[in-house]
Design a protein around this ligand. Structure first.
Ligand SMILES: CC(=O)[C@@H](O)[C@H](O)COP(=O)(O)O
Ligand SMILES: NCC(=O)COP(=O)(O)O
Length: 245
């Protein structure tokens, strides 16, 4: 089984471009669920460049599957999460000047804070995922911090300039997924996945869930949002079933 988390951040990007009320990320989330999304992911960034606080609260009221809130390691976001009570929180690094999430959370460097946030969120009944690079030491630090889920950052794989580099990055992801799975983690993956590169990642049996957003929202411009979600889910299931690409 491989689950699809549809990240609806960039529906909000289009709305924020003009400050209108449309397109609605909430409407997109409901369409995505109808189209086969197993959960909805949204990233409330500190700079509110796309998802707004109101989107998070509205989403909480209507999502029928699972709500996965991505957030930075800040007190503000922790308070937010405890108010909203998403099903999952994914702790991600944030830098104001970044175009998109550049790397994984440095669990080793911020160990105490990761451990404390993880405990507080888990005590509130929220499952905690750590968005990390495919790195054994980071995975082990995540275990020591008490997290039960990791999401492997697939950006380096997605951005690889040629097949050789892409193959090496895929091998790193596969090894990390096997290692983390043996440690008892639920292993997810995401960032930069699209219709051309998703199948090899979906073929990794230790991966439970892929979080995909930008490519789906982009495809929706041409085929509609429902079709874009259905196509991505179909490719993922194909990749998993075939076990190859
Ligand atoms: C953490 C992650 O990989 C995604 O949520 C990504 O951050 C999408 O949001 P941005 O495109 O704003 O980075
Ligand atoms: N954590 C990855 C995510 O939620 C979506 O990332 P992207 O597909 O928008 O790059």
């Amino acid at each position: 089984m491989i689950l699809l988390g549809v990240n609806i951040d960039h529906v909000a990007t289009l709305r924020q471009a003009r400050g209108t009320r449309y397109p609605s990320p909430v409407e997109a989330a409901l369409v995505a669920e109808t189209a086969g999304a197993d959960l909805i992911t949204l990233h409330l960034r500190e700079d509110r460049r796309h998802i707004q606080d109101a989107d998070v609260f509205a989403m909480r009221q209507v999502i029928k599957t699972r709500m996965n809130l991505e957030m930075a390691l800040t007190e503000e976001m922790l308070e937010n999460a405890l108010r909203v009570r998403p099903d999952d929180v994914c702790l991600v690094p944030e830098k104001r000047e970044e175009v998109t999430t550049e790397g994984g959370l440095d669990v080793i460097r911020y160990f105490d804070q990761v451990r404390d946030f993880t405990r507080i969120l888990q005590q509130a009944g929220i499952r905690v995922s750590l968005f990390i690079d495919a790195d054994r030491q980071q995975i082990e630090a995540g275990r020591d911090a008490g997290a039960g889920v990791i999401e492997l950052h697939t950006g380096a794989y997605a951005d690889a300039p040629h097949a050789g580099e892409q193959g090496r990055e895929l091998a790193r992801i596969r090894e990390a997924a096997v290692f983390a799975s043996h440690l008892g983690f639920v292993v997810n993956a995401g960032h930069g996945l699209n219709y051309h590169n998703v199948k090899p990642v979906a073929a990794i049996a230790e991966i439970t869930e892929l979080n995909i957003g930008h490519a789906i929202v982009a495809q929706a411009l041409f085929t509609g949002f429902e079709g874009a979600v259905r196509e991505m889910k179909a490719l993922m299931l194909e990749g998993r079933r075939d076990g190859h690409h």
